[in-house]
Design a protein around this ligand. Structure first.
Ligand code: AMP
Ligand code: ZN
Length: 460
């Protein structure tokens, strides 16, 4: 079977044909580092990690390049820095915020079983590339400087019409409707209300760099140009896959396409645009004001990262996902079982029944259903397939030990009670052995008798 991916631009599932099978290239928009990442942010991380793993499986580890950026210049970062470190010069405070948040992000996504991307570029290290793209856009007549800003003109892009995509094509909007629907209180330096910022002046004390387009005052980039610059630097003018959450299609990705295609006179920036659906919590939109805003960090205190990972992958990546406690509990039970039967088994080849649904636009729910089937038919294939999907990073004993630790169960005490129970059973004192079983159950420990002896585990 061949890999097929859904492309947001053409609105169809198409066979995936890499530009160069020895150098498959994917860019995914990464976090803005100013606070703990929430569980919604974990969705693109996990989804595109599965795609990264699948591409490596198909094309070889050395032949796939995955770039996920870190946005470390942004108003939210500046606000946070001023609030958290009022005694420090702003630039130092900003460095502290981005360093801390970057480390938290890594700790979180490592725990989710996500491989590190091949490159994690930082926006502040690519200002030169941003300036160069902006200069090209000004030269080409797609952008102009006004009041220390540089603005991109979607109308100039659509008027040029020479081997360029149409502005609005990715997000399926018409520029005329955008013009009609735009706010009236547009910034005075904009020629048209649909123009967007490539570069803007920095406020005093804020990070600033020498400006492009002949602007004397120092300034800083807009958000959209950052990704065009980092993708260009690490993947070239035209690459295979660009991903992110569905909320990024407009304006962020529409503007990335506009910038890159106009700067390099290209019809396409990426051949496949992939977007994950949104995550909501217990059927409600996640927001700070509703009090249902959960960080990955908080969830990891209660659940192993692989439980969060499985829970995410039970829903197809393009569908909305409802994140519920009930589903988490089920995911935990499933993983407990898989760890018990498969973690210590030599892994076989991933099964076709798991890989084939993944090849069909990452159909993870179907792949997971196939894993349940393998549980009773082919445990080595189950182990190999689980590893392909980023599970079973621990041994069965480590997994069980962590669970015991998290639940506060004292393994020595359990063992002591179990040997008392064995003694009671051998003298046929079933009242005593039942009493001990109930006692263990009250401690959250389930026991299972078989001909090989008694095993136990912590119930979640
Ligand atoms: P942000 O830091 O808000 O730019 O988001 C980083 C990534 O997380 C982007 O790819 C967003 O599309 C994605 N994202 C943010 N919120 C959610 C959500 N509730 N569900 C799914 N993806 C999200
Ligand atoms: Zn981006």
């Amino acid at each position: 079977m061949e890999l097929r991916l859904y492309d947001t631009l053409t609105k169809e599932k198409r066979p995936f044909v890499p530009l160069n099978a020895n150098d498959v290239r994917m860019y995914v928009c990464g976090p803005t580092v100013y606070d703990f990442a929430h569980i919604g942010n974990a969705r693109p991380v996990i989804v595109f990690d599965v795609l990264f793993r699948l591409l490596r499986h198909l094309y070889g580890e050395a032949h796939v390049k995955y770039v996920r950026n870190i946005t470390d210049v942004d108003d939210k970062i500046n606000d946070r820095a001023a609030r958290d470190f009022p005694g420090l010069p702003l630039n130092e405070a900003i460095r502290k915020v981005t360093e801390q948040t970057g480390q938290q992000f890594h700790a979180d996504v490592d725990a989710l079983g996500a491989l590190r991307p091949s490159v994690e570029p930082r926006a502040t290290e690519h200002i030169g590339e941003m300036r160069e793209i902006i200069e090209r856009l000004v030269k080409g007549g797609f952008a102009y400087a006004a009041e220390d800003h540089v603005l991109f003109s979607p109308q100039a892009m659509n008027a040029a019409n020479a081997g360029l995509p149409r502005y609005g094509a990715l997000s399926n909007r018409s520029l005329d409707e955008m013009i009609a629907g735009a706010r009236v209180d547009v910034a005075p330096y904009k020629k048209d209300n649909t123009d967007f910022v490539l570069w803007k002046p920095s406020k005093p004390g804020e990070p600033s760099w020498p400006s492009p387009a002949g602007i004397k005052a120092e300034g800083r980039p807009g958000w959209h140009i950052e990704c065009s610059a980092m993708a260009w630097k690490h993947l070239g003018e035209h690459f295979d896959i660009h991903g992110g959450g569905i909320d990024l299609v407009f304006p962020h990705h529409e503007n990335e396409v506009a910038q890159t295609c106009c700067a390099f006179h290209r019809e396409r920036m990426a051949n496949y645009w992939m977007h994950n659906g949104f995550l909501q919590v217990e059927s409600e939109k996640m927001s700070k004001s509703l009090g249902n805003f959960i960080t990955i960090h908080e969830l990891l205190a209660d659940w192993p990262g692989e439980v969060l990972r499985l829970n995410m992958l039970k829903t197809h990546y393009r569908s909305p996902i409802d994140w519920t406690m009930k589903s988490l509990e089920e995911s935990a039970k499933t993983l407990d079982d898989w760890y018990r039967v498969a973690a210590d088994v030599a892994p076989g080849k991933p099964a076709a029944s798991v890989v084939d649904p993944l090849l069909d636009d990452l159909n993870t729910p179907l792949a997971i259903a196939a894993l349940h089937g393998l549980r009773s038919s082919d445990v080595p294939a189950l182990a190999g397939s689980l590893r392909l999907l980023g599970f079973l990073s621990e041994s069965a004993a480590q997994w069980e030990g962590r669970k015991q630790q998290a639940s506060g169960v004292d393994a020595k005490e359990v063992e002591r009670l179990l040997s008392e129970r064995t003694a009671a059973r051998s003298r046929k004192d079933f009242r005593e052995s039942d009493r001990i079983r109930d006692l263990l159950a009250a401690m959250g420990v389930a026991i299972k008798d078989s001909k090989d002896g008694t095993t136990w585990e912590v119930m979640r």
